[in-house]
Design a protein around this ligand. Structure first.
Ligand code: TIU
Length: 221
């Protein structure tokens, strides 16, 4: 079966049987106060509008049996997987591994590192823990997609210009067709949100396609 969704720069065709929804880093550390996002000087309110449409998207994809994968950015408690260059980013007062209101910042197992309650993964939905911005670097994602025969990725999550872009670029170089859902990705910076989406679909779709979650769900049904 093939489905087609209106998208930029032109309609995106996909087979739901070989398509995965990838939900990038919808973690408390990015979406709630006191976490990594805020420690970098960002206003987390900018991202919170993505939660409701992503919740609806997850419900629809679960109902229709689409393969769903979640990712989380974070590090081992001993920080052995965190390059010193990454550790030095942000305010000196609050960095990766430091104690925050929701546990140690961006550390696996801490409350802030986990996915927000509204979008909690369900049993059977793989959760990929990644040390980098891209979901392919130093993770099992590539092997998992190959094992499942996935060729197209529908990508949502935060932030548009950082982990979503990095993952979409990594995916393109590995031969995946990528559709980014504009209302389910968010940036701390409105101008980066707009331009980040334009960059994906520019030059005839240099990294992929952009559509809305409503149009995607309509195509899936
Ligand atoms: N800072 C920022 O915009 N993003 C990140 O650090 N990680 C993700 O995008 N997940």
């Amino acid at each position: 079966m093939s489905a087609t969704v209106p998208a930029l720069p032109y309609p995106f065709s996909f087979d739901p049987a070989t398509t995965a929804l990838v939900v990038i880093d919808m973690q408390r550390d990015f979406l709630e106060p006191g976490g990594f996002g805020e420690s970098l000087g960002n206003d987390v309110e900018q991202l919170r509008r993505t939660i409701a449409p992503t919740e609806a998207l997850l419900a629809g994809c679960r109902e229709l049996g689409l393969f769903i994968i979640h990712t989380r950015e974070g590090h081992l408690p001993d920080l052995s997987d965190c390059p010193p260059a990454k550790l030095r980013r942000g305010k000196p007062s609050m960095r990766i591994g430091d104690p925050g209101p929701r546990g140690r910042i961006l550390i696996r197992g801490e409350e802030g590192h986990d996915i927000v309650d509204e979008l909690a993964p369900q049993p059977g939905e793989p959760v990929i823990d990644k040390p980098g911005k891209g979901a392919f670097y130093a993770t099992e994602l590539g092997d998992l997609l190959a094992e499942k025969g996935i060729t197209s990725l529908v990508v949502v999550g935060v932030t548009t210009e950082v982990c979503v872009h990095t993952t979409v670029r990594e995916a393109n170089d590995r031969g995946y067709e990528c559709l980014v859902l504009s209302d389910c990705v968010g940036s701390y910076f409105p101008e980066f949100q707009r331009i980040g989406l334009e960059m994906v679909a520019a030059q005839g779709g240099i990294f992929g396609w952009v559509a809305t979650s409503t149009d995607f769900m309509a195509a899936l049904r």
